[in-house]
Design a protein around this ligand. Sequence first.
Ligand SMILES: C[SH](C)CC(=O)O
Length: 268
Amino acid sequence: AAQGSVGEQVDHKIIGIDPGAGLMKATDKAMKEYGLSDWELVEGSSAAMTAELTQAYKEKKPIIVTGWTPHWMFSKFEMKYLEDPKGAYGKDEQIHTIVRKGLKEDQPSAYAFLDKFEWKPADMEKVMLDIADGKKPEEAAADWVKNNEETVNKWVEGIQPAEGKKLTLAYVAWDSEIASTNVVKTVLEQKLKYQVELSQVEAGPMWVGVSNGDVDGMVAAWLPTTHEDYFKKLGANVEDLGPNLNGTKLGLAVPTYMNITSIEDLKK
Ligand SMILES: C[SH](C)CC(=O)O
């Protein structure tokens, strides 16, 4: 029987993630720019979105999700971004490391490492994929550190260990930041002998926590556009150590078995 429009096939729903994510604001903006007034952006979480994607993919059912790179969905599944001819999602960005003011004086070793931490989308996707395939985040991170000794030793070269000092890192439960934050924790603990506590929060409280010094830092700042609002509001009270990963992307992602190619196709 005729499948009907793609909107009818997916009940006019785009499966999103947590409402505080910049990706959700960017998707709201894109939906307005493409005139998708009869569509709904479903709020939830990164985990719920990937669970729904996994189920739909298994059943070869149509689904449209808010997607980003790096993400394991592009390695584990045959996925594609819908073209964005209006450029609503903007250009490639970077993920920055942001620390509280005063960290350099209080924890020079942690500061020096966090300032040097930088890796590639393929590195992050490896850790993400291991976690998606069932490894615990700390296990996937430890494996990556073990398998990338050369890179890791460059990050910590010449930095004094900080026997037993405590450090707190905040992160949002996005698959990408679960991976990066656990790798950073592993290096801080194994190589620099810190005791690291991870605080999983929403995006807003993550930025607030660093700006008021409740946490020491985070490696989850998507800039210059995705977290522009957070940076505008709180940037003066934090220290931006620059990119830890270059070449990110945001957009709408669909399995390649769907025969749509552009966000424009959602209007049909
Ligand atoms: C979901 S991306 C990892 C970050 C964001 O959109 O705020």
